[in-house]
Design a protein around this ligand. Structure first.
Ligand code: DC
Length: 227
């Protein structure tokens, strides 16, 4: 199986680019952030403070998280219920960031991610895919962009949807999440030593997808040569 790991901070454009590249390559796109969001939503629904490590850990045996793919589109299933929309609500972002710092939560989601990659050609995106989940991935990409560019992209996205937001609030949130994600003790956000760094600040989405696809085709060709 071919495994491609894409890591990077919130809003770098990982998910859109990874989804499009996966569709061009005929790979499954796995969005692992959705899994942390699912655990975050499970805690919110139970009224558990998402930064309460003991309570969140104690909740885990009561929940099941699964991934389903319909026409190549990923759905996350929490205790049998499709929560793919609920995990996109704004409050789910900080909840996900909080629960993702809890080692028990990372351990809970580890096997699910490993299994997906073992059985499928995948492009998997997240924060620790190249470093922890798929250290043997044939291709690792670390996608980044300045906080300002990421906040602007998010602002444009939400404005287009008719959601009123303040640019400065988004920028503060992005900076806060970057800090949380890269300073936590458990699997902090960092590039794997063998990752290809891609700064997308001045790149169009099309260019990013082209570059990822080109890199992926390179490793697919290498793999064929080696057979
Ligand atoms: O990519 P996202 O915004 O949907 O991710 C939500 C949160 O989950 C983010 O704050 C970091 C965390 N996360 C993680 O710790 N490890 C991953 N592999 C993916 C996401």
């Amino acid at each position: 199986m071919i495994n491609i790991a894409i890591d990077g901070p919130a809003g770098a454009g990982k998910s859109t680019a990874a989804r499009m590249a996966a569709s061009r390559l005929g790979f499954i796109y796995v969005d692992t952030g959705a899994l942390y969001r699912t655990v975050g939503v499970a805690a919110l629904r139970r009224g558990i403070p998402t930064d309460d490590r003991e309570k969140v850990a104690a909740m885990l045996p009561e929940i099941t998280a699964e991934l389903k793919f319909e026409d190549g589109v990923q759905h996350v299933i929490l205790n049998g219920e499709d929560v793919s929309d609920a995990i996109r609500r704004p409050e789910a972002s900080m909840a996900a960031s909080n629960v993702s710092a809890i080692p028990a939560v990372r351990a809970f989601l580890f096997g699910l991610q490993k299994d997906m990659a073992k059985n499928n050609n995948v492009i998997m995106d997240g924060r620790d895919i190249g470093t922890v989940i798929l250290p043997d991935a044939q291709l690792k990409i670390f996608l980044t962009a300045s906080a300002e560019v990421r906040a602007k992209r998010r602002f444009d996205e939400l404005t287009a949807k008719g959601t009123p937001v303040e640019y400065n609030t988004l920028l503060d949130e992005i900076k806060q999440r970057d800090y949380n994600d890269s300073h936590r003790a458990a699997a902090p956000l960092k590039a794997a030593p063998d990752a290809v760094l891609l700064d997308t600040s001045d790149m169009t989405l099309e260019k990013v997808v082209d570059r990822i696809t080109e890199l992926a085709r390179g490793i697919c060709a290498d793999k064929k040569d080696g057979e």
